[in-house]
Design a protein around this ligand. Structure first.
Ligand code: ACO
Length: 324
C-alpha cells in the first residue's frame, strides 16, 4: 500500500495587516473597548491579515495552491484529487475546490470541499491520505482556506479580535517511502453550541444568526483535553512515542491552548510551531500555513516526524502524524 507523502507546501496571506493597536482604535470609534495588552496576554495574538472586501476564499486558496505546486515541482494537470477545507466558501455551490480547479487549469480531478471548521485541514489531509492509500488517487492537492473576517460580528470583542484570513496548501504524492503514517479524527456533535455560526439562507434571505458565536472557556477546556487524547491515540496506533516527534504543528487558535497542550504532552517549546502571533486564528488555514512557514524557514526538514493537530466547531478534532 503506498504512503501519501507531502512533497510541497504553500501559503498566502492577504497583504492588509491589522495590528492589535489598530483594531483597538477602530473598535473604540464604536465605543467597544479592547487593548493590545488584553489580546496579547489572553491569546498571544499581535496582528492578523484581513482580506479586502470582495476578496474570496477561492482566490486565497488558488494563490496558496500555486505556491505549493511550484514547491513540489508538480503541474496542475497532474492532480487527480483536490480537497479544500473551508467554512467560508465563496458560494453555497459550486465548491471552492471546483473554483480552484478551474483557476489552476486542471480538468478531470475529483474536487470537493470538507467542512470541519478549524479541524478542516486535518480532516481533508486524512481524506486525501485514504484516497492515496487505497490507490484511488496519486497526486493530491489539499488546501485550508478561509475569509473568516466575513462571518465575524465586529461588535463582539470576545470573538472579533481572535481571527484572521489566509490559505495554506500541500501537495501529496503516492510514495513507497513513509509519508503520512497515521491519522485520528473525532467529533462530538452534542457540543455544537459552544462554537457555531448558526445562520442559513432560505428563500434568498439569511435566517438565524450568521455570525460566529463562541463560549471561549468551554472551547478552551475541550480543545486541550481532546487534542491531548488524539495525540496519544495517533502515536499509540503508529507505535511511536511522543518523544520521537520532531515538530508539533497545532491549530493556531490561542498560544495559551498551545502551551497547555505542549506541557500536557511533555513536548518542549522548541518543538512547537507557533504562528498565531502573526496570523491570528485562520481556522482551516492555520495548520497548513504554520507547516509551510516552518518548512520555508528551515525548521521542518526532510525526514522529520511531524504531528499536525486541528480542533474546532462541530465540535471536531484530529491529528495527522507524518514523516516529511
Ligand atoms: N478586550 C477586552 N476585554 C475583553 C475582550 C477583549 N477583546 N473580550 C472579552 N473581554 C472581557 C470580558 O467581557 C470579560 O469581562 P468581565 O470580567 O467584565 O465580564 C473579561 O474580559 C473576561 O472574559 P472571559 O471570556 O472570561 O475571558 P477569558 O479569560 O476566558 O479569555 C478567550 C477569553 C481568550 C476567548 C479564552 O476563553 C480562550 O482562549 N478560549 C479559547 C477559545 C479560542 O481560542 N477560540 C478560538 C476559536 S475556536 C478554535 O479555533 C478551536
Amino acid at each position: 500500500m503506498p504512503y501519501a507523502k507531502i512533497i510541497g507546501s504553500g501559503g498566502y496571506l492577504p497583504p492588509r495587516v491589522v495590528t492589535n493597536d489598530e483594531l483597538a482604535a477602530e473598535l473604540a470609534t464604536r465605543q467597544i473597548e479592547t487593548s493590545d495588552t488584553w489580546i496579547t496576554e489572553r491569546t498571544g495574538i499581535r496582528q492578523r491579515h484581513i482580506a479586502e472586501t470582495g476578496v474570496t476564499t477561492s482566490q486565497l486558496a488558488t494563490k496558496a495552491a500555486q505556491q505549493a505546486l511550484q514547491d513540489a515541482g508538480v503541474s496542475a494537470t497532474e492532480l487527480d484529487l483536490i480537497i479544500v477545507a473551508t467554512s467560508t466558501p465563496d458560494f453555497i455551490f459550486p465548491s471552492v475546490a471546483c473554483m480552484v480547479q478551474a483557476q489552476l487549469g486542471n480538468h478531470g480531478a475529483a474536487a470537493f470541499d470538507v467542512q470541519a471548521v478549524c479541524s478542516g485541514f486535518v480532516y481533508a489531509l486524512s481524506t486525501a491520505d485514504a484516497f492515496i492509500r487505497a490507490g484511488r488517487a496519486r497526486t493530491a492537492l489539499v488546501i485550508g482556506a478561509e475569509v473568516f473576517s466575513g462571518i465575524l460580528d465586529w461588535n463582539d470583542r470576545s470573538t472579533c479580535v481572535l481571527f484572521g484570513d489566509g490559505a495554506g496548501a500541500v501537495v501529496l504524492r503516492a510514495s513507497e517511502e513513509p509519508g503520512i503514517i497515521e491519522t485520528d479524527l473525532s467529533a462530538d456533535g452534542s457540543q455544537m453550541k459552544i462554537l457555531h455560526a448558526a445562520g442559513n439562507v432560505v428563500g434568498g434571505q439569511v435566517t438565524g444568526d450568521p455570525f460566529l458565536r463562541m463560549d471561549g472557556q468551554a472551547v478552551f477546556k475541550l480543545a486541550v483535553t481532546s487534542l491531548a487524547a488524539s495525540a496519544h491515540a495517533v502515536c499509540e496506533r503508529a507505535g511511536i512515542s511522543l518523544e520521537d516527534i520532531d515538530w508539533m504543528v497545532p491549530h493556531q487558535a490561542n498560544v495559551r491552548i498551545i502551551n497547555f497542550l505542549g506541557r500536557r504532552l511533555g513536548l518542549s517549546d522548541d518543538k512547537v510551531v507557533i504562528t498565531v502571533d502573526h496570523h491570528a486564528n485562520t481556522s482551516a488555514a492555520s495548520v497548513p500555513l504554520a507547516l509551510d512557514a516552518a518548512r520555508r524557514d528551515g525548521r521542518i526538514k526532510q525526514g522529520d516526524l511531524v504531528l499536525m493537530q486541528g480542533v474546532g466547531g462541530g465540535f471536531t478534532w484530529g491529528s495527522v502524524l507524518a514523516r516529511m
